[in-house]
Design a protein around this ligand. Structure first.
Ligand code: AMP
Ligand code: GLY
Length: 423
């Protein structure tokens, strides 16, 4: 089969490496891909938001199956466009992608179907929002309605910060139209868990749980980033929590999307907080998480391509989805200065891939001399598996020592919170 993967990050590299193991996968293209992905797939310089370009490429190259990984093309209707052109595709429709693309949609959905989440109020008018903030409890959370590159969430510790966030979003339009509606929500506390789940719209099969480390610096200090590292499984996701999530959150969400006339097919990402009143949804994403995918897929024992096809063909019930009992840890190596200013163009030395270690490349390109050089904020993720979480973390940091580029920065404490919980 000829397969096409849309996207260009470490997540897409992990998806491609997993797809390559499938006996059915003859040729894999990645649009646009990156310098590291080019080792594993043929990269073609068509942007992930160029829906017409993607469909034309797929048709011209007789693609048998497409996988759309990032949120932007999903929200733009890339899967609908591919399917309309006769190309089978994995991922939610534009209507189903609203579960991530519009926080107003997802909050209304959870309220209507009784799915546990932070209580909230939705505002389309700045004065009303500021009036509400005069007496709202503090801390409080302000969210832009639309996609904002993961930066549209402000946890305000004071009333002034909350007011400023509303004015930034609604008046100064720092997130463009994404901020024309805002959600103001209750501040929740507790450990966070990410659960990615395969679903064909009717049946849902969760993957192994994971934990992201979003802040730039050790001990969860510094700015929010796209994610500096992950571990799987997440020890806060106990059997009891998993059972409650299935009954109170996962299945009700799938049924709610069906009832709304937009069944969700693809990978649904549940961002959960385990509060003292039980698990609650912090956010839904309509796609694989990055860098969660980089620890979840290396633990998948079943054939990813068959699962993708089963989600698309609505036959997931009969499809095997099995995970290894071990653990995995991914340490993201970034350009020093990320998520703000940083330099690029430095040659990269990768740790050799082994049975336990794999590097997933995100922000890197091939220079005119044919060398792999840094080209972005998050440059790569080094993933290692191990029999236990402790072994996986140790193996990952050993491989990080063998990886180098000028100005490399990485967190030294990926997995510590999870190991402390286990201890
Ligand atoms: P997001 O960009 O939606 O993933 O949110 C970024 C982070 O903000 C989440 O990972 C949580 O740590 C935090 N967050 C979002 N909503 C809330 C909430 N209602 N209460 C506490 N923390 C939150
Ligand atoms: N790691 C968080 C996300 O993919 O949104």
């Amino acid at each position: 089969m000829k397969i096409l993967v849309v996207g260009s990050g470490g997540r897409e590299h992990a998806i491609i490496k997993a797809l390559k193991k499938s006996p059915e996968a003859e040729k894999i293209y990645c649009l646009p891909g990156n310098g590291g992905i080019a080792q594993d797939a043929q990269c073609v310089n068509i942007g992930a938001k160029d829906i017409d370009g993607i469909v034309k490429f797929a048709a011209d190259n007789a693609i048998d199956f497409a996988v759309v990984a990032p949120d932007d093309p999903l929200a733009l209707g890339c899967v609908d466009a591919l399917e309309n052109a006769g190309i089978p595709a994995f991922g939610p429709s534009k209507a189903a992608a609203r579960i991530e693309a519009s926080k107003v949609f997802s909050k209304n959905l959870m309220e209507k179907y009784g799915i546990p989440t932070a209580s909230c109020k939705i505002f389309t008018n700045q004065e009303d929002a500021l009036e509400y903030l005069k007496s709202a409890p503090i801390p409080i959370v302000i969210k832009a309605d639309g996609l904002a590159l993961g930066k549209g969430v402000i946890i305000a510790q004071t009333r002034e910060e909350a007011n400023a966030a509303v004015i930034d979003m609604m008046e100064n339009k720092v997130f463009g139209d994404s901020g024309s509606r805002v959600v103001i929500e209750e501040f929740l506390e507790g450990p966070e868990v990410s659960v990615l789940a395969f679903t064909d719209g009717k049946v849902l099969k969760p993957m192994v749980s994971s934990m992201d480390h979003k802040r730039a610096l050790d001990h969860d200090q510094g700015l929010n980033t796209g994610g500096m590292g992950t571990i799987a499984p997440n020890p806060f996701y106990t059997e009891d929590v998993a059972k409650r999530c299935m009954e109170e959150i996962f299945l009700p969400t799938i049924k709610a999307m069906q009832a709304e006339g937009c069944p969700f097919k693809g990978c649904l990402y549940f961002g959960l907080m385990i509060t003292k009143n039980g698990p609650k949804v912090i956010e839904y994403n309509c796609r694989f998480g990055d860098p969660e995918t980089q620890v979840v897929l290396p633990l998948l024992k079943s054939d990813l391509l068959s699962i993708f096809q089963a989600c698309r063909n609505e036959t997931l019930e009969n499809c095997e989805v099995e995970f290894d009992d071990g653990a995995a840890c991914c340490v993201v190596m970034a350009s020093n200065g990320y998520p703000q200013k940083y330099e690029t163009g430095f040659p990269i030395t990768l740790a050799p891939d082994t049975d336990l270690v794999t590097t997933y490349v995100a922000g890197a390109k091939i220079n005119e001399k044919g060398e792999l050089v840094t080209g972005g904020g998050r440059v790569l993720g080094v993933t290692a598996r191990g029999k236990c979480l402790h072994c996986a973390v140790k193996n990952a940091y050993e491989a990080v020592e063998k990886t180098s580029f000028a100005n490399a920065y990485y967190r030294k404490d990926i997995g510590q919170k999870a190991l402390n919980k286990e201890a």
